[in-house]
Structure formats: structure tokens, C-alpha cells
Design a protein around this ligand. Structure first.
Ligand SMILES: O=C(O)Cc1cc(O)ccc1O
Ligand SMILES: [Fe+2]
Length: 402
């Protein structure tokens, strides 16, 4: 959306109206010749429209990074009255989180799905504010990223939201989102994601009623498609998978989006999916084997189960393994896999969609999320039952033979 996407008349016709191609340059006009020819800002725009630019990068950024959109509007966005704070008495602002009221912990953390609130809650209430009463969100903050969950049970009414300092990546888990943006209308289903870039105003309607999901916010950079690497030109997420804003998934586990740092291959935030797929390797414990990662991992589940966890990781739930904290299959999963042994042929993982936000930063968890009734205090126990299978019997036979 940092380039100019298509506008569509209504949500039901969205599929045919989308243009595709991540970071492509788009132009569209709902009525013929609404766009000026050969220049961005004519003295008089067609149809008496106002020209207005929104920039996603500084004007002098290198060409390959430079992002901007030109709008031709009936009225420019400057025609608004002074802003007023919108803070319900019973909630706190997301921006109140800081170093002193959050902590970094090496313990593995897991949260149950967030309950949909009883009281009327739109996306702004359920995400940007958190409700002390109904546990509507969970926050992890690390400058310059912020990860949280949202719940909402009502559409945004006569209001719009603008994220002035970061890009949002929204991952709905339950209920579709109809998002009205300054460039047009988008429908985002729980098997899709949407990037809402810095500065664009948007309003979220809930056609299916209650909705919940996950949000990553990045500051100071924009999402990119990941580099292709050794798997070549046709691997990883393709620009065509992105319908202007929403992403559609293809089979295979691959990074889908990345927000890079200056160090090549090290991401501020990678968005990775674990979709249905075939497991075919022989004599191999398939990932996710036990591991300690130099990156921090925040995982969510959109539907079904996740192959490394037999119990406790539920759709709408979340887990956090900070960098170098060990994790991997729970006891039940490990024992079941080992029991199958080498005889297990190719297996297809179906009815699943998990994802991970992976970052080189150290996430800080707000105290409220640590004290939340949604936290799973027994998470660590899922590994405690792992037995020793150590035996030197085979080795002794081998030594005797030698
Ligand atoms: O920890 C996890 O379950 C996520 C994960 C999955 C995988 O296949 C490889 C690495 C990894 O961190
Ligand atoms: Fe991991």
C-alpha cells in the first residue's frame, strides 16, 4: 500500500478488483482520467481534485528503498478538527509500556487464547488500549518492534486509526476483517495477513462478529520480501502472493515477510509460517528438534494443532522463547515420534497453520501479561517428563566385535 493500490466498490467484489505484486508500483482511477498525466502535482488536478503525497521513506532514500503514494482526493486529509484523546476510563494505553514496567525472562512462556470481551470493544479498544477487566491483549515490547494480540467484538464506528510511527502486520486468527483504508477496501480472512503501512488511516469492520488475532508493529523500516538464497528464483514468498496488501499463503515453510537490519540475513522481524505439508525425510528427527536460537521466537496458532506440541498450544494462544532459551517437542510428541521409529513413511501434516514472529531483539514482556490468567504456569512441565534413553549396550557389543 505504500504504492497506490486499487480502490474497490464494496467488500464482496474485492477478489476481482485487487492488483497483485508486493512493492510494485500501482496506479488506479475509479473514474477515467482522474490521474494526472506525466506529473504528480499539476497546478489544477483533473476533476478539481487535491493532490496529496504520503511518504514511506525520506525523500532522498535510495531508489530501491524509496516508497511513496500520491492520492488525488476530493478533500485533502488536512481538513480535520483538532485531535482529542480517546482513552476509556478503564483502560491503559499501549504506549505506556516502557523499560520499567516490563521485563525480559529466559523462562519459556505460553498463553492461552485471549477471551473475546463481553463489553463492546472495537479494534482500537482491543489492541491499542488494553482492558484491565477482560484480558483483551498481551504485549511484548522491544524497541523497535512491538508484538501484541487483539480482540474485538464490534466494528469501528465513525472513527479511523492512524499508526503514525510504525507499520502493522495483522494476523487474524478468528473472524474476517473488512478494512477500509485510504486506498480502498480490503477483506482479510484468518488464512491471510495484511500489512498496514505507517501513516495510512484505516477503519476495521467485523463481518463475522467477534474477531481476534496477532499484531506485529515495526518501527524505522518497512517489510520486504525475503532474499531468495540457495533455493533460487522460484522459492520463498512471491510478489504475486500479495494482493496489494493481503498475503495469500503457498504450500511450504518459508519466510513470508522480513524487516531487515543492517546486518545481512539478520532480521528485526521475520514472519514465518508452518502450513500443511509433507514430511518425507528418512532417519531424521524433523524440525522443530530441540534447539536454542540466537533469535527470539514468538509463535501463534491460527488453526488446528502444531506438530511440536501435543497439548496446551491452542488456536489463538501464543508462546515466547527468548533467544537461547531451549525448546522443542513436548514429551508426548517426542515419545510418539520415537515410538514410530524409522518405519514411519512419508506423513502429511494437515489442518494446521502456525506462524512465528522471529527477531534479533530481546523481547520485554509487560508485567500484566506475566500475571495474566491466560498464562500457562505449567508450560515448562511439558518437557520435564522427557526420559533418559541413554544406554551403552549397543556400544559394548560394538566394542567387543572390534
Ligand atoms: O520452535 C519452534 O517450534 C519453531 C521452529 C520450527 C522449525 O521447524 C524450526 C525452528 C523453529 O524455531
Ligand atoms: Fe524454535
Amino acid at each position: 500500500m505504500r504504492t497506490q493500490p486499487v480502490a474497490v466498490a464494496d467488500f464482496t467484489s474485492y477478489e476481482s478488483a485487487y492488483l497483485s505484486g508486493f512493492s510494485n508500483t500501482f496506479s488506479s482511477e475509479p473514474i477515467p482520467r482522474a490521474l494526472p498525466q506525466g506529473q504528480n502535482s499539476p497546478l489544477l488536478c483533473p476533476y478539481g481534485l487535491y493532490a496529496e503525497q504520503i511518504s514511506g521513506t525520506s525523500f532522498t532514500s535510495p531508489r530501491e528503498l524509496n516508497r511513496r503514494t500520491w492520492f488525488y482526493r476530493i478533500k485533502p486529509s488536512v481538513t480535520h478538527e483538532p485531535f482529542k484523546p480517546r482513552v476509556p476510563a478503564h483502560s491503559k494505553l499501549l504506549s505506556e509500556f516502557n523499560q520499567s514496567n516490563s521485563s525480559a525472562t529466559p523462562t519459556q512462556l505460553r498463553w492461552k487464547p485471549v477471551e473475546i470481551p463481553d463489553s463492546p470493544t472495537d479494534f482500537v479498544d482491543g489492541a491499542i488500549h488494553y482492558h484491565l477487566t477482560n484480558i483483551s491483549a498481551l504485549f511484548l515490547r522491544s524497541i523497535p518492534i512491538l508484538l501484541f494480540r487483539y480482540t474485538a467484538n464490534k466494528s469501528m464506528d465513525k472513527c479511523a486509526f492512524c499508526n503514525a510511527d510504525g507499520d502493522f502486520l495483522l494476523v487474524p486468527q478468528k473472524g474476517r476483517l473488512w478494512i477500509t483504508t485510504e486506498c480502498g477496501r480490503l477483506q482479510v480472512s484468518p488464512d491471510e495477513i495484511v500489512v498496514l503501512p505507517q501513516g495510512f488511516r484505516f477503519a476495521i469492520d467485523l463481518p463475522d462478529g467477534p474477531s481476534r488475532g496477532y499484531v506485529a508493529e515495526i518501527f524505522g523500516t518497512h517489510f520486504q520480501l525475503p532474499d531468495l538464497g540457495p533455493i533460487g528464483a522460484n522459492g520463498l514468498a512471491a510478489p504475486r502472493d500479495f494482493l496489494v496488501l493481503p498475503a495469500l499463503f503457498e504450500e511450504g515453510t518459508h519466510p513470508v515477510l522480513t524487516a531487515p537490519t543492517e546486518k545481512h540475513g539478520v532480521a528485526l522481524l521475520d514472519f514465518v509460517i508452518f502450513p500443511p505439508r509433507w514430511l518425507v525425510a528418512e532417519h531424521t528427527y524433523q524440525p522443530p528438534y530441540y534447539h536454542r536460537n540466537c533469535m527470539s521466537e514468538f509463535m501463534g496458532l491460527i488453526l488446528g494443532g502444531y506438530e511440536a506440541k501435543a497439548d496446551g498450544f491452542l488456536p489463538g494462544g501464543a508462546s515466547l522463547h527468548i533467544c537461547m532459551t531451549p525448546h522443542g517437542p513436548d514429551t508426548k510428541t517426542y515419545e510418539a515420534t520415537i515410538a514410530q521409529g524409522n518405519e514411519a513413511g512419508p506423513q502429511k501434516l494437515t489442518d494446521t497453520m502456525a506462524f512465528m514472529f522471529e527477531s534479533c531483539l530481546i523481547p520485554r514482556v509487560c508485567q500484566w501479561a506475566l500475571d495474566s490468567p491466560a498464562i500457562d504456569p505449567d508450560y515448562y512441565r511439558c518437557w520435564i517428563g522427557l526420559r533418559s534413553h541413554f544406554s551403552t549396550e549397543g556400544l559394548m557389543d560394538q566394542i567387543k566385535l572390534d
